[in-house]
Design a protein. Structure first.
Length: 326
């Protein structure tokens, strides 16, 4: 039997569970709320000053905070980076806070890559296999003349498709709402990218201007890759743990750990090899300083790829060899 009908069947299962529609409602609700709040905030606090004056004042305030030294090292590093970034824009007469629908779409990918997209990936991955056990359909599924590897492979492909559609639809919804609020034009605007922080020093040697549309494709590609890696690891949890609640809870705990560990233990270097620490790939691409010294975009991509491949391989080994009918 071909794999394509199996994948189609798995996609129908996802749709019938209403998970996909729930995810769409979450995206629409969250993005709509963010746009509304952002517009209201900009209207209320919009400054009549020239953007250059506002940016210069921000730089001066942050320099004073850094000189006072009353902040954690991670926050100090970020502030020094932000000062350098703003100064770079000032020197080239480019407004760093200009907003448009395309720019809002890009900002959504950056913000969602911290937690939102990964949580939505877990919603799909946590029960892709475990639900077959909880609903008692695993026996019926494996009585068909199909190898277990094909059954599991079709579930994996359907999972990756669902995650990809989620990222794509999230970007479309962000562009729609952002365009209604700020305008739909601006895809060809040049964007400065390639900011880096090397050995605690701002490095502008790799800064280059690229069209916004090209930058958005790169950012969303990285966001999908990170979400797919989380989905692959959640896929393994769904195979190992026959309870949807257990697999979902385990993955949620791992993601939460990844968000707080760099803040509570920034000197523990080994955490850079943990998958949750490497998830904000769009942020690294944009040039934000990494949470742990020595981390780069390339390093995080390779680390996530290793985790995802190992998780998928182990899931296939366990599923094909274990007595799942017991």
């Amino acid at each position: 039997m071909r794999v394509l009908p199996l994948v189609e069947n798995e996609m129908l299962k996802l749709w019938k569970r209403r998970r996909f529609r729930l995810v769409l409602l979450i995206l629409v609700g969250l993005i709509g709320t963010i746009v509304f709040a952002q517009v209201q905030g900009r209207e209320k606090f919009r400054s009549k000053k020239d953007w250059r004056i506002d940016t210069q004042e921000r730089v001066a305030r942050m320099r004073n905070w850094v000189r006072q030294g009353r902040m954690p090292d991670t926050q100090k590093n970020w502030m020094q980076f932000e000062i350098s970034r703003l100064q770079y824009h000032l020197d080239r007469n480019i407004d760093p806070e200009a907003v448009s629908g395309p720019l809002f779409t890009r900002g959504f990918a950056n913000a969602a890559s911290y937690l939102l997209l990964h949580l939505l990936a877990i919603v799909f991955a946590a029960d892709v296999v475990s639900s077959e056990f909880s609903q008692g359909t695993i026996k019926l599924l494996l009585t068909r003349p199909i190898s277990r590897s094909r059954v599991l492979g079709s579930k994996l492909v359907a999972l990756l498709l669902a995650i990809g559609l989620t990222v794509l639809i999230g970007g479309c919804v962000a562009y729609l709402f952002g365009g209604l609020a700020y305008g739909f034009r601006g895809w060809g605007v040049p964007i400065l990218t390639g900011f880096r922080q090397t050995a605690g020093t701002f490095d502008a040697s790799g800064v280059r201007a690229v069209p916004l549309w090209e930058d958005v494709i790169a950012v969303f590609g990285l966001a999908w890759f990170a979400a797919a890696a989380v989905g692959a690891i959640g896929f393994l949890a769904s195979v190992l743990l026959r309870s949807t609640a257990a697999s979902m809870g385990t993955m949620f705990a791992a993601l939460i750990l990844g968000t707080i560990l760099p803040r509570l233990a920034p000197t523990w270097a080994f955490q850079k090899y943990l998958f949750p620490t490497n998830l904000p790939l769009p942020d690294y691409y944009s040039g934000s300083p990494p949470p742990i010294s020595g981390m780069t975009l390339e390093f995080s991509v390779i680390t996530l790829a290793v985790w995802a491949l190992a998780a998928v391989a182990l899931a296939f080994v366990v599923f094909t060899r274990r007595d799942v009918l017991a």
